[in-house]
Design a protein around this ligand. Structure first.
Ligand code: GAL
Length: 338
């Protein structure tokens, strides 16, 4: 297991490891050119192997977020008994998901970028999922200050696939002031309603007139303690927002902005959804880089993906991957300042 550091012509740096495809550091400048590492994480690969319960920086697979009741059917084949790691439900790919496996890494470069290509074969039946799945994830750092993620996969049996990256951001720096003061804007007028366990009910609801409305930028802190049961039942924001764009098109999902430093993050994706998670389950029990203790809501995630539990909701965009098809997905993080 190794670390790989990418650096662009402007001095931005992204560090990752082939263990879990984890992005462990992202160094970006503020409006005065001062760099900070805005990704929560650990210093060593051993710590990631030992206790990355929060999924800091990791690739999530085979299925991002939850599968209700630990089962589903795909093209008529029943899949049951997926690992229950979330009170009767299956979370983030199970016991040994893509966040905990060794990926094969290869450095790559091209016009205006350097990167790493990660490859992993998940064998038929691994974590209960059908099909040998050959997955690649390419991370690129471009001279346009973008962190690009390109996911591809093929399977030899009908299966489901829904990867994401689980980076936690704090634009003030991973050890800086609380990101609850960050402004967040989500390009979403709808979200998928869920039960208290985070499993979609199947309803797709409007954000209008509720604290779920992030169409205009507002601080996370202004609404995270909302009395609205939609928010409070999840302990804050931990919801799948339906991105306003055409299916498959690379479109804007989210903008986060830290007025104090001027750092801005824009997230574009080809995926239909973004799980906006305000770090509600962080509780001070994880000590990260430089000995910094990650308190509740000290980082937030913008996980671009298909909707949670899609295999059990026929009207959600489909996550089925069949033999002969190539799964392709792209997410672009653009780092800027105001
Ligand atoms: C998020 C998920 C949360 C929680 C977190 C990991 O993706 O939406 O509910 O499970 O991962 O702690």
């Amino acid at each position: 297991m190794e670390f790989y550091t990418l650096e662009n012509k402007n001095g931005l740096k992204l560090k990752l490891t082939n263990f879990g495809g984890i992005v462990s550091e992202i160094h970006v400048p503020d409006r005065d050119g001062k760099f900070a590492d805005i990704a929560l994480g650990f210093d060593s690969i051993e710590e990631y192997q030992d206790h990355n319960d929060a999924y800091f920086g990791a690739i999530i697979g085979r299925f991002g977020n939850r599968i209700g009741g630990c089962g589903f059917s795909v093209d008529g084949a029943e899949v049951s008994g997926l690992f229950d790691n979330d009170e009767g439900n299956h979370l983030h790919g199970g016991k040994v998901g893509f966040d905990k496996v060794a990926w094969t890494a290869e450095r790559i470069s091209g016009e205006g970028y350097t990167g790493v290509k990660l490859s992993y074969r998940s064998v038929d039946g691994e974590e209960g999922y059908p099909g040998n799945l050959d997955a690649t994830v390419v991370y690129k750092l471009t001279d346009a200050n973008e962190w690009v993620i390109e996911y591809e996969a093929v399977s030899d049996k009908a299966t489901v696939y829904n990867p994401t990256n689980h980076s936690y951001f704090n634009l003030a720096g991973h050890d800086g002031a609380s990101p609850l003061s960050h402004e967040v804007q989500l390009n979403a007028k709808l979200f998928t309603a869920c039960d208290a366990g985070g499993i979609p009910t199947g309803e797709v609801l409007s954000v209008a007139g509720t604290d779920m409305d992030f169409r205009a930028a507002k601080t996370i802190g202004s609404a995270v303690d909302s009395a609205d049961p939609v928010v409070s039942s999840r302990g804050g924001f931990d919801h799948n927002f339906v991105i306003d764009k055409k299916p498959g098109e690379l479109g804007l999902a989210a903008v986060a902005y830290d007025a104090a430093s001027g750092r801005e993050l824009k997230v574009y994706t080809t995926e239909p959804g973004v799980q906006f998670y305000s770090g509600n389950f962080l509780d001070g029990s994880l000590t990260g880089k430089g000995g910094h203790v990650y308190e509740k809501r000290s980082g937030f995630c913008l996980e671009t993906q298909h909707f949670p539990d899609s295999p059990n909701h026929g009207h959600f965009p489909m996550t089925t991957l069949r033999p002969g098809e190539v799964f392709c997905s792209k997410t672009v993080h653009v780092f800027g300042v105001r």
